[in-house]
Design a protein around this ligand. Structure first.
Ligand code: COA
Length: 157
């Protein structure tokens, strides 16, 4: 069974992330979605909440598993016997950064490779930070996130 791992902070999960997840699910037997604790980003939603949000948004997909993690991604992949990371690339800036991440992850775990998927055009301007910023100022985020996530962002704004 071929399994891929899609890690991120997912604070919160956006339609851009979902685009990558759905496409990865069509390519692999199983996709582990792994929200990182990412303490340095001081996430708005705690890890448990982000796991629940991803499970809700991805409930139509039957070949995913959501596992929160802290520590090194390369180690987490090894612990779960996964050797493919999937990442989304929106811009050339993302690409430079993703190259660095892929190389570091591979040097930490030599069997770990990274597949980069170009973000769909309509999703290429989204980031979790931008979505939070729009919600904070009362803007409509319904085009960018699942309705329940939009509600959660509004409730906490
Ligand atoms: N659609 C929409 N948004 C996207 C996206 C896509 N396809 N791809 C990326 N983004 C957004 C993310 O939402 C994130 O937005 P934010 O900064 O506003 O939160 C931003 O682009 C950056 O994404 P990313 O680089 O994936 O950062 P991240 O914080 O989501 O994930 C980890 C980074 C968790 C994968 C990385 O920090 C990690 O591996 N951490 C574990 C520790 C470790 O091993 N460190 C060494 C790695 S070399």
């Amino acid at each position: 069974m071929k399994t891929a791992l899609f890690a991120g902070t997912f604070d919160p999960i956006t339609n851009g992330h979902l685009d990558i997840i759905e496409r990865a699910c069509a390519m692999f037997d199983k996709v582990i979605i792994a929200p990182a604790s990412s303490p340095s980003k001081q996430p708005r939603f705690n890890l448990e909440r982000r796991v629940q949000q991803i499970q809700l948004v991805c409930q139509h997909l039957d070949n995913i598993e959501v596992i929160g993690f802290s520590g090194l991604l390369a180690q987490f992949a090894a612990d779960n016997n996964v050797n493919v990371l999937v990442r989304g690339v929106r811009t050339t800036m993302d690409y430079e950064y993703e190259m660095q991440l892929a190389q570091v992850n591979r040097s930490l775990n030599p069997v770990l490779d990274t597949i980069l998927l170009p973000a769909s055009q309509q999703q290429s301007a989204i980031s979790s930070t931008i979505v939070k910023e729009v919600a904070l100022h009362g803007g409509d985020v319904s085009k960018f996130v699942h309705p329940e996530i939009a509600k959660a962002l509004t409730a906490k704004s």
